[in-house]
Write a protein of this length. Structure first.
Length: 212
């Protein structure tokens, strides 16, 4: 599984060692989009092109990111893929435990059941429901994959941070993150990180967002 391999070289041996875990912190939640993406904008099936570019730095980045999150927000396809894989995974660092224990919100009008631990299905009034989740105190609401969900949230300004983990490869085909027909959405670059095998994380926020 993609995220399982990515964090294996993390320098933190236990959940309690992680400096970004602040269990009592009360802040308004942010919706954070985090994607593995190729140079030509593909996010589909990253397991086919992602692994040659992993290193200790990218693993630590994904570890930090997950432990800074308080919940996951997923589309149906991504949710079903994760739900089929993560419950059987274990690791010494606690990454799998974190994935399996976090609250998960899956947006779908067709999903018949959501049996992965701590899952809730959002079937209707999606924009209002996510706005309500954002208004509650808590840690980041983290989106992986879920391109259709992402494209439905962008026009409503519900994504607070875009983390694009750009891999130095042209895939040549597959689903792109952003679909044709979206209105122009200005963003501002707020952070960059580079890693030893050429991966660059570009972090953007809405251009009209107030500085933190």
């Amino acid at each position: 599984m993609i995220y399982n391999q990515a964090f294996r070289e993390s320098r933190f041996d236990r959940l309690d060692d992680h400096p970004r875990i602040e269990r009592e912190k009360c802040i308004v939640s942010k919706v954070v989009l985090s994607e593995f993406i190729s140079l030509d904008g593909v996010i589909e099936e990253p397991h086919k092109w992602h692994f040659p570019f992993t290193d200790a730095g990218t693993g630590q980045y994904k570890f930090d990111e997950l432990f800074a999150a308080g919940s996951l927000l997923l589309g149906r396809v991504t949710y079903e893929g994760f739900a089929a894989a993560w419950p059987s995974m274990t690791d010494e660092q606690g990454f799998a435990d974190r994935m399996n224990s976090l609250p998960k919100y899956v947006v779908s009008s067709t999903l018949e059941s959501a049996d992965w631990n701590n899952s809730t299905v959002i079937r209707e009034n999606v924009v209002d429901e996510i706005a309500r989740l954002k208004a509650e105190p808590g840690l980041d609401i983290l989106i992986f994959g879920s391109a259709e969900l992402v494209n439905s949230l962008v026009p409503h300004g519900l994504i607070d941070e875009y983390r694009l983990m750009v891999h130095p490869i042209v895939v040549g085909g597959g689903k792109r993150l952003f679909s044709e027909g979206l209105d122009a959405t200005p963003l501002k670059l707020v952070d960059t990180q580079t890693f030893s095998k050429g991966v660059v994380v570009l972090t953007y926020a809405p251009a009209d967002a107030a500085p933190e």
